[in-house]
Design a protein around this ligand. Sequence first.
Ligand code: NAP
Length: 319
Amino acid sequence: MHKVAVGILGASGYTGRELCGLVARHPGMELAFAAANGQRGQRARFGASEITFLAPDDVKLDDAQMVFSALPHGASAGWVDAARQAGARVIDLSSDFRPGNSPTAAPYGLTEIMRDTLAGAELVANPGCYPTAVLIGLAPLLARGLVRAGATINVNAASGVTGAGFAPKQELMFAEVAEDFRAYAPGNVHRHLAEMNALVRELGGDADVLFTPYLLPVARGILATITVPLATGLAHPAALWRGFYAGEPFVEVVDSPPSLRDVVHRNVVRLSVHAAANVRQPTLVIVAAIDNLLKGAAGQAVQNANLLLGLDERLGLPA
Ligand SMILES: NC(=O)c1ccc[n+]([C@@H]2O[C@H](COP(=O)([O-])OP(=O)(O)OC[C@H]3O[C@@H](n4cnc5c(N)ncnc54)[C@H](OP(=O)(O)O)[C@@H]3O)[C@@H](O)[C@H]2O)c1
């Protein structure tokens, strides 16, 4: 099989290392370069291959036909522009080109929902980890106009600590996190909120997201509960999701609420839907789980790259 030359910026971070591993095992991709910042010069093993992280300025961007940028937001945009000028197609994992974050938003890489707009794209804004879980959960309701007009969609979602990146932070030290559970960014101010609200509107909803994130003392995984006021009650809610995602290899609709064990190290969103009893207004509770580093980042990025390259979307991805 012909192999596409792939470059990874921010390769030494959590999502970057995940990308390095996926590319090393991908039958249609080969690594052209892997750039780091502070970790430049360090070596790392992925599968059978050992690589050395280069300094960003030592990278020849035109060595790659496809570039993944796993740089922090703010640092990514300039490198994305440079990679595009060098002729590469780019998947940006940062928020720099996502809807709600940029006046010049790129096509949004929520693959199952946006597939038609992605095929010819030169640049894809890969979704945030929380928005992936939340929007895959909400999309069938939004598509059918079933969210009550003017509603507040209440999202509570807990993430493992890799969601905060590799850079050391005191509040993420083992003794601060282990055996504890806490909310952060209270008051609906998390930076993923704009992205979720922009997509709710783009998918036809007239509703606001009220988002409370939590820090979970595990390495990886996100579990979200999404409470949605409905325009009208649904007799068999799960049937809507099963029909909407029929044939999708990376969305699993299940009867019992998913847990992190069901999804960690897999490129899937696994979700259940439940009509809420004991409330006056028709209300639905969606429980969605993902691996933040795979379906929430590197896995979805490779899924989008496969789509852009005309390959089977499943290629090189753990189902
Ligand atoms: N973690 C997640 O669950 C997740 C999910 C979805 C999207 N994302 C997004 O993906 C991106 C990467 O996240 P991450 O968690 O992998 O972050 P991370 O672990 O902190 O890694 C950041 C990477 O960028 C490099 N870097 C930092 N500043 C740089 C600069 N000024 N110039 C060049 N390279 C620089 C770092 O190099 P050194 O370490 O060598 O200094 C490292 O390779 C972020 O935009 C994040 O928002 C993350």
